[in-house]
Structures are given as structure tokens and as C-alpha cells.
Ligand binder design. Structure first.
Ligand code: AMP
Length: 427
């Protein structure tokens, strides 16, 4: 089969790496890809947001199956456009992608279907939003309704901070159209975990859990990022917890979406807050997380491709995926300055030495090939150095050994990825 993967980050490198191992493929393309993906797939210079360009390429190359990585093309309707020309794809319809595309839609949906989540209200005008904050007090959470590349959530410690976020989003145009409406919600306490399920419109197959590290600095300090590292599984997501998550969150979502005429097919990524054994939904994403996808793909033992196709074809209930018991852990290496402004074009050395270490894979998130085979950093998050281990401590030690083999003065990483789980292991 000829396959096209859409996207060019660490998530898509992990997807291409897994798909390239499938005996089913005869050709693997990635648009736009990156220097690491180029080792697995033929990279095509079409942006992930260029819906028409991608559809044209898929027709011209007789692509049989498209795997859509990021949320932007999903929300923009790439899966629908491919369907119109008879090409199958893995990824939700635009209508179902509203689960991530509009936080207000997601919250109203949860309210209609009694899915546990934070109490909330939706606002388009500053005065009523401020009045709501005044009535509820702080801490409180202000969220831009639309897609804001992970930056549209403000955890306000004080009423003043909440008001500032409201002003920025509704009046200051901080997120453009995405912030023309805000959701204001109750601040939830607990431990966060990510949970993933493959969905085929009616049936959801649970995958595994992960925990990520959003803050840029060690000990969870500094500004939020797209994610500085992750590990899987999340110790808090026990087998009993998986059952609770499926029963109270994932299955009612599948049933509700189908009943509302927008059956959900693709991967459902639930961001959860867990307290006293009760999971509550913080957010839904309609794609794999990045870097969570890297740890998931390292742990996956089965062929990924047939599972993605079964999700697209509505036959997932016949499926059973097998996983390695080992822990996978990813350390993200980012360009100096990230998540603020950062330099591009610095050279990365030592990648081969790092990748040669046992049970280590270095996924590329933001790289390009330079002259004479050089690998250059082109993004904020640049590498996802991933290792397997029998314990979190072992996976962590291996990942940092690989990080230390990489010679890249233009980049940095957190040195404590997995700390919470390592502390648990050590009792
Ligand atoms: P979201 O994009 O909605 O997941 O929000 C990003 C991050 O903000 C989450 O991973 C949480 O750490 C935090 N967050 C979001 N909503 C809440 C909430 N209601 N209470 C506490 N923390 C939250």
C-alpha cells in the first residue's frame, strides 16, 4: 500500500517510524516531514495545512491511505476532502474534530452527556466574563475557545490575572478568532495523565496512558510549552482506572457523538485530572500528543498500520494491540530560548552515536538537512530522545545517556523527565 503521513513534527516521525516497519507498505510519503522522517519516508514539500495540495498529491500518487497527524488539517476538513475523492484516511471529520477545535463545544457536549469535567461558562463579552470571575474568585481557568497551539489556557492565581487574560483574549485579540470566545472554568486539583483510545465511529479501543511535562524548567517551573518530555505508562492509570475512564468518559463520548450525527473516528486523546480515584476530563485532543506519540510508538509491539485502517473502516472491535511492558521515556531537546523566540539553523552533531545506544531512538521534531549531510535545527522543539527501560529510572538513565551523546550547543533539555514516577519507584 502507498501511504501518506501528514505533518512534520516528532509525532509524525514516530508514526512514520512505526508505519515504515509494516510489511503492508509499498511506499511511504510524508508531507512536509523533516530530516529525521526522511530516513523512513519520502518527504514531500507540501504544508500540513494545504488541504487542496495534499488532496491533489494523494490523487496524483494514487495514495491508498492517509494518516493525518496534526489538529489543524483535521479541523480544516482534510479527512472529509479525502473522502470526497474516495481516499481513506485516519483522522476525524471536521465536525468531530470540534471536540478539540472548540473548547465551548467540548464543554457543552460533556454537559449534555454527563461526562465529568470542570464546571464552566462561555463568554464573548468582557463585562459578563469579569462578573463571572468576580462571583467565583480565584484560582480560576480562562481558555480561548479555538485552536491556539497550546498557548490558549491561562491558570489564573488571582482575579486580576483572570481579568487580564479575559481582556487579552476578548478585546486584545491575543489569539485572533480563536479567542473571540472564552471558556472560564473551575480550577481542578489532582494528578494529570493522558489517555489514548483508537476510535472507529462506534467502538473505542483503549491504547495506553502517558504523562507529559508541560513546563519548560526542571521541577515544573517556568512557562508552559508544547511538552518537554513524556513517559508511558502513567503509574496513576491502573487497570481499574482504565475501566473507569472508558466507562465514564470515552464510551459516553463515542455514543454521544454518534447520536449527535458526528461519529468519532481517529485517535481520541483525553487530558485528565485524577483525584481520589476519580478522573475528570480537562480537554480532548483529536490527534496523538507530541511527545506522547513517541513513547506510545516505542511501546507498541503490534503493526500500527492495520489498526489505523481498522479505525478508518469501522472494524476496530476485532482488534487487539500488543504492547511491550517496558517503560518508554522521551526527553525533548529544544532550541535555546524556547518557548520564547529562538535561533534557527544551528548544527546538531552526535545523532548517530546517540541512536546507536541500546533501546534508544532519536525522533526529529524540528530539523532540516543542510549541506554535506549536516542536520540543522529549524524548530522550537527539535528532538525527542526516547529510550525503553525495565523501570522508569532505567529508561530515564538511557535517554539522558543518549542526550549526552548529542553535541548541540544551540539546544537544551530538562534534566528531570520522569521525576514523579522515579520517586514513586524509589518509594
Ligand atoms: P488544556 O489545553 O485544556 O489541557 O490545558 C492545558 C493545561 O492547563 C492542562 O494540561 C492543565 O495542566 C491545565 N488545566 C487546564 N484546565 C484546567 C483546570 N480546569 N484546572 C486545572 N488545570 C487545568
Amino acid at each position: 500500500m502507498k501511504i501518506l503521513v501528514v505533518g512534520g513534527g516528532g509525532r509524525e516521525h514516530a508514526l512514520c517510524w512505526a508505519i515504515a516497519a509494516s510489511p503492508l507498505i509499498t511506499g511511504l510519503f510524508c508531507a512536509p516531514g523533516n530530516a529525521g522522517i526522511a530516513q523512513e519516508a519520502e518527504c514531500v514539500d507540501i504544508a500540513a495545512e494545504d488541504i487542496d495540495g495534499l488532496v491533489r498529491f494523494a490523487i496524483d500518487q494514487a495514495i491508498e491511505f492517509v494518516v493525518i497527524g496534526p489538529e489543524v488539517p483535521l479541523v480544516a476538513g482534510l479527512a472529509d476532502s479525502l473522502k470526497e475523492v474516495g481516499i481513506r484516511s485516519f483522522g476525524s471529520s471536521a465536525k468531530a474534530a470540534m471536540m478539540e477545535g472548540s473548547k465551548g463545544f467540548m464543554k457543552d457536549f460533556c454537559a449534555r452527556h454527563a461526562i465529568p469535567t470542570a464546571a464552566y461558562s462561555r463568554f464573548t463579552d468582557v463585562a459578563s466574563a469579569r462578573a463571572f470571575v468576580a462571583a467565583h474568585g480565584a484560582p480560576i481557568v480562562v481558555k480561548a475557545d479555538g485552536l491556539a497551539a497550546g498557548k490558549g489556557v491561562i491558570i489564573a492565581e488571582t482575579i486580576e490575572q483572570a481579568n487580564e487574560a479575559i481582556d487579552d483574549m476578548l478585546d486584545g485579540n491575543a489569539f485572533g478568532e480563536a479567542g473571540a470566545e472564552v471558556v472560564i472554568e473551575e480550577f481542578l486539583e489532582g494528578e494529570e495523565a493522558s489517555f489514548f483510545a483508537l476510535c472507529d465511529g462506534t467502538f473505542a479501543l483503549p491504547l495506553v496512558s502517558a504523562q507529559d511535562h508541560k513546563r519548560v524548567g526542571d521541577s515544573d517551573t517556568g512557562p508552559n510549552t508544547g511538552g518537554m518530555g513524556a513517559y508511558s505508562p502513567a503509574p496513576i492509570v491502573t487497570e481499574a482506572m482504565v475501566e473507569t475512564i472508558m466507562k465514564t468518559i470515552i464510551t459516553p463520548t463515542m455514543d454521544g457523538m454518534a447520536a449527535e450525527g458526528a461519529p468519532y473516528a481517529g485517535v481520541l486523546y483525553a487530558g485528565l485530572m485524577i483525584k481520589d480515584g476519580q478522573p475528570r476530563l480537562l480537554e480532548y485532543n483529536v490527534r496523538f500528543g507530541d511527545p506522547e506519540c513517541q513513547v506510545l510508538m516505542m511501546r507498541l509491539r503490534s503493526d500500527l498500520l492495520p489498526a489505523l485502517m481498522a479505525a478508518a473502516d469501522g472494524v476496530l472491535s476485532d482488534f487487539d494491540l500488543r504492547w511491550y511492558d517496558e517503560i518508554a521515556l522521551t526527553v525533548v531537546m529544544a532550541a535555546n530560548g524556547y518557548p520564547g523566540s529562538y535561533d534557527k539553523g544551528s548544527e546538531i552533531k552526535g545523532l548517530e552515536a546517540a541512536a546507536a545506544l541500546p533501546d534508544v531512538t532519536v525522533f526529529h521534531a524540528g530539523t532540516a538537512s543542510g549541506p554535506n549531510g549536516k542536520i540543522l535545527a529549524t524548530g522550537g522543539r527539535v528532538l525527542g530522545v526516547t529510550a525503553l527501560g525495565k523501570t522508569v529510572a532505567e529508561a530515564q538513565a538511557r535517554a539522558y545517556q543518549a542526550v549526552d551523546a548529542i553535541n548541540w550547543p544551540g539546544g537544551f533539555c530538562r534534566r528531570d523527565i520522569g521525576w514523579r514516577a522515579v520517586m514513586r519507584e524509589q518509594g
